[in-house]
Design a protein around this ligand. Structure first.
Ligand code: URP
Ligand code: ZN
Ligand code: ZN
Length: 470
């Protein structure tokens, strides 16, 4: 099947230009200058022609932080791979990197195999895995080399959640030492979980059990402290470190310092930390704040007012926007913590809305169009070993393409979203811009407001090492 996309503006991380894009099968065959004989002959020969007048032609979004079916707090994240990846496609994301999970005393290989089994034949879009190591022991360390050879080239460690996913400093150092040998990237959840658990227990003992205390008991300073500690450990081990879901200015400062010193330190943030806050959302009346419980928590209005995260995205101290998509329904899931915020499963769903929400940064003048593409697609591909197969519109790359309409609008609501959630964290948001058409490896998934994909369209991606490592 050949498809020609005509009359649009191709946007990349480095610029924009009017161009036609020719797709042959699953790949981009050529970028053609409009009006030239090559473009004309492509038009006459193409089996399908898509008119992209007035639209941006951008590489499909890559969400490098999702948790489909994550086991957490006695329940599971509510999106299956089928539902979550279809929702992602609706929002212009054509690749996810999900986190396979190993916990204390579990076998890494068996855990990874169970993740393959969950995803196989289910996904609407292409998918890859990071591996969470929640029980670092000699066997897990040994398994890391084999995983890297098989395309699982990044490992997540937690300085939070003692007794669940937590690793102590010695375990972290050992994993980092292994990564410095085999070229893997270390993804770090940086919060001082031991101190947080003490503060949370003290709050609960005082009867402070509402959802807002989830945020109050996780001060930004303890994200900054853990971020600094992880950087120091990474420097000792000679390993790169990538901070996931960075939320606090204190953490961003530590990342920026390390980067200014020339170290292989990287970070992402997520839309929830750019748009939502502790008082209005986590502190919403009644139990509604439970829908905003995630870790790190939403920060205070005063904190977000400074717009440090937007600045970090501009300066590249924040390289990527992911979602940390980890949806739970209010009913029977978030409700597990009705009596005590510590029992609320942690996570917010948003895989469907990342491209739109971050495009809003372009509308507000916080990001350039090119930086939107870079943070949402190109850098995730480069950071996690998928470039140039993904993350760019170029001849030879996979034909993962989004036509984005800057003149259309998006309304976000539980009534219209495609995620398996009984609420939306962004309910009522009216966004300038809209995902118009979504193409994944040459197949049109979204067109004219309808889904044309099927479960099993998505393929597993074996990743290489990060392009950022020197
Ligand atoms: O609250 C969150 N972030 N839930 C998902 C697990 C994690 O820490 O990424
Ligand atoms: Zn985390
Ligand atoms: Zn996460």
């Amino acid at each position: 099947m050949t498809t020609l996309i005509k009359n649009g503006t191709v946007v990349s991380a480095t610029g924009r230009h009017e161009a036609d894009v020719l797709i042959d099968g699953e790949k981009i065959a050529a970028i053609l200058q409009p009006g030239t004989s090559a473009a004309d002959s492509a038009e006459s020969g193409a089996e399908k022609v898509i008119d992209a007048t007035g639209k941006y032609i951008v590489p499909g979004g890559i969400d490098c932080h999702t948790h489909m079916e994550l086991p957490f707090g006695g329940t599971f994240a509510s999106d299956t791979f089928e539902i979550g990846t279809r929702a992602a496609a609706w929002g212009g994301t054509t690749t996810i990197i999900d986190f396979a999970v190993q916990k204390h005393e579990e076998n890494v290989r068996e855990c990874l195999d169970s993740w393959f089994a969950k995803a196989e034949g289910e996904c609407a879009i292409d998918y890859a895995f990071h591996m969470i190591l929640g029980g670092v022991d000699d066997a897990a360390l040994k398994e890391m080399d084999a995983l890297v050879d098989e395309g699982i080239t990044s490992f997540k460690l937690f300085m939070a959640y003692p007794g669940v996913f937590y690793s102590d400093d010695g375990q972290i150092l050992k994993v980092m030492q292994k990564a410095s040998e085999n070229g893997a990237m270390i993804c770090m959840h940086a919060e001082n979980g031991i101190a947080i658990d003490v503060i949370a227990e003290q709050a609960a003992a005082r009867g402070q059990t509402d959802p807002v205390y989830h945020g109050i008991t996780r001060p930004p300073r303890l994200e900054g402290e853990a971020t600094n500690r992880a950087i120091q450990l990474a420097l000792v081990a000679g390993a790169p470190v990538y901070f996931v879901h960075l939320s606090a200015s204190e953490a961003l400062e530590r990342v920026a310092e390390a980067r200014n010193e020339g170290h292989n330190v990287y970070a992402e943030t997520c839309p929830q930390y750019l748009y939502l806050n502790l008082e209005d959302h986590l502190g919403a009346p009644g139990f509604a704040g439970a829908g905003y419980v995630c870790s790190p928590p939403l920060r205070t209005k005063e904190h977000t007012h400074h717009k440090d995260l937007w600045r970090g995205l501009r300066t590249n101290d924040l390289a990527i926007v992911s979602t940390d998509h980890c949806p739970f329904c209010m009913k029977e899931q978030k409700e597990l913590g009705l009596e005590d915020f510590r029992a609320i499963p942690n996570g917010i769903g948003g895989v469907e809305h990342r491209m739109d929400l971050i495009y809003q940064g372009v509308v507000m003048g916080e990001l350039s169009l090119e930086r939107w593409v870079e943070t949402c697609s190109t850098t995730p591909a480069r950071m996690f070993g998928l470039y140039p197969q993904k993350g760019v519109i170029a001849a030879g790359s996979d034909a993962d393409i989004v036509l984005y309409d800057p003149n259309a609008k998006t309304h976000i609501s539980v009534d219209t979203h495609h995620m398996s959630m009984d609420y939306s964290a962004y309910e009522g948001f009216d966004i300038d811009g809209h995902v118009d058409t979504v193409i994944s490896r040459g197949k049109v998934l979204i067109e004219d407001g309808a889904y044309h994909g099927a479960k099993g369209d998505g393929r597993y991606l074996r990743r290489g090492l990060s392009s950022y490592l020197i």
